[in-house]
Design a protein around this ligand. Structure first.
Ligand code: ARG
Length: 457
């Protein structure tokens, strides 16, 4: 096939070089954005009389036909084309004859590909944000479903203080809300049109870049044409936001993996989101959560690949920039898959509140509250801390817990202890009393739920 760029050379490249150079096998996924962009370009060329309005109409109708045929499957991508831009233009010329050859006036593949990527990422970021919202909704639903379940809160993965399970998972809702903010920020900065920058220097034709930009829903145009064609910040920003979102999903996954282990038994995933073992009949594995955790690494890799591809590039376009696609697409596909599986996995997860409570009872996690009790009776905190610590040591020695230790034993350590200490170290009391803003008390957690819901609305 004769190359679109045959002219200076005969366009004879080796088959291996063609294969190496071509991007159609991955950039074909942007065909809708490519065609949408070309329609806006044709309309602008017509409106500015760079081509006749009739030619513009013909081009737009031809592009519409190609779009329909690709959508319906009537037209297949020709993998021998260099990229999606060449494919669409060649198909258009085959259908329309010489008029088709006018589409690429006042345009270059450099601004065209920058445009396609921006349109594509804008669509994808919208979808990723929606999927993220679904996970947040699943968290809120779970928090409401188990609003009074008490679990041990951990530091260093050692039992620390009693908390509401709802409080714990709402921490992830907060993280994901920040992720939403970052996705939306990236989308705002991305929404600037590069079309009309042409190869790098702009064009000699009397074009109207703003007309094209507003037809395509952009807020502004790139004000420096060299930057317009060589800027891939928007991919880096989007992938950074995606990478951090994956970090959060991965941490949550790690907890779900722990909770569903036989050692914890805090939760059980539905059969629909677990797998068995081919050899060990007793197994129920949290594979989905493990995969989310595992895939996080590859998304980081995608981000690093792009940053590294960009770091040594002189202005303006270099073919290295074609390498932006596979990593960006992979990050987008991966995060979408993870979000799609995470929301229903969480929604169908059953919490074993009794086991959580048992774990909270066994770990002396009310020792802080015991110290606070003495403080309320007049003892300085540091002394109260020491007394509580001694009592914990005694309990461990005697294989008992603070709740069961007789009052006489308490009295031996301090005369300030009275029978009301048991009420003070009761798990419910420990949780209820932590009513500082953002704390674990039921009122505080209810407020957090309302706040998260309001952010989503
Ligand atoms: N396939 C190319 C890419 O993805 C399109 C731009 C090609 N531009 C060029 N000057 N060769 O970057």
């Amino acid at each position: 096939m004769e190359k679109m760029w045959a002219g200076r050379t005969a366009g004879e490249t080796s088959a291996i070089a063609d294969d190496f150079n071509s991007s159609i096998r991955f950039d074909c996924r942007m065909y809708r954005q490519d065609i949408r962009g070309s329609m806006a370009h044709a309309a602008m060329l017509g409106a500015k009389n760079i081509i006749t309005p009739k030619e513009a109409d013909e081009l737009i109708a031809g592009l519409e036909g190609i779009l329909d045929d690709l959508d319906s499957g009537a037209l297949a991508f020709d993998m021998s084309c260099e990229d999606i831009h060449m494919f669409v233009e060649r198909e258009l010329t085959e259908r329309l004859g010489d008029v088709g050859k006018k589409l690429h006036t006042a345009r270059s593949r450099n601004d065209q590909v920058a445009l396609d990527m921006r349109l594509y990422m804008r669509d994808e970021l919208t979808e990723i944000a929606e999927l993220t919202e679904e996970v947040i909704r699943a968290i809120v639903d779970k928090a409401e479903e188990y609003s009074d379940a008490i679990m041990p809160g951990y530091t260093h993965l050692q039992r620390a203080q009693p908390i509401l399970f709802a409080h714990h998972i709402l921490a992830y809702a907060m993280m994901l809300l920040r992720d939403l903010g970052r996705l939306n920020d990236a989308k705002k900065r991305l929404n600037v049109s590069p079309i009309g920058c042409c190869a790098l220097a702009g064009t000699t034709y009397d074009t109207d870049r703003r007309m094209e930009a507003s037809a395509l829903g952009f807020d502004d145009i790139a004000l420096n044409s060299i930057d317009g064609v060589s800027d891939r910040d928007f991919c880096v920003e989007a992938m950074s936001a995606i990478a951090l979102l994956m970090t959060h999903l991965s941490r949550f996954s790690e907890e779900i993996i722990l909770w569903t282990s036989w050692e914890f038994r805090f939760a059980e995933l539905s059969d629909a989101f677990t797998t068995g073992s081919s050899i060990m009949p007793q197994k129920k594995n949290s594979d989905m959560a493990e995969l989310v955790r595992g895939k996080t690494g590859r998304v980081y890799g995608d981000l690093i690949a792009l940053l590294t591809a960009l770091k040594g590039l002189p202005l303006a376009y270099n073919k290295d920039m074609q390498e932006d696609k596979e990593c960006t697409f992979d990050a987008v596909d991966t995060v979408k898959m993870c979000l799609k599986v995470f929301a229903p996995m969480l929604a169908t997860m059953k919490v074993n509140a009794a086991n959580m409570r048992r774990a909270a009872q066994a770990g002396f996690i009310n020792a802080t509250d015991l110290a606070d009790y003495l403080v309320r009776k007049g003892m300085p905190f540091r002394s109260a801390y020491k007394v509580s610590g001694g009592l914990v040591a005694k309990c461990i020695q005697e294989h008992t817990v603070l709740e069961e230790l007789p009052l006489e034993e308490y009295k031996k350590e301090s005369e300030l202890f009275e029978a009301d200490l048991y009420e003070a170290i009761d798990l419910e009391t420990c949780v209820k009393k932590r009513c500082s803003e953002g704390g674990t008390s039921p009122e505080s957690v209810a407020k957090q739920i309302e706040w998260v819901k309001a952010q989503l609305a």
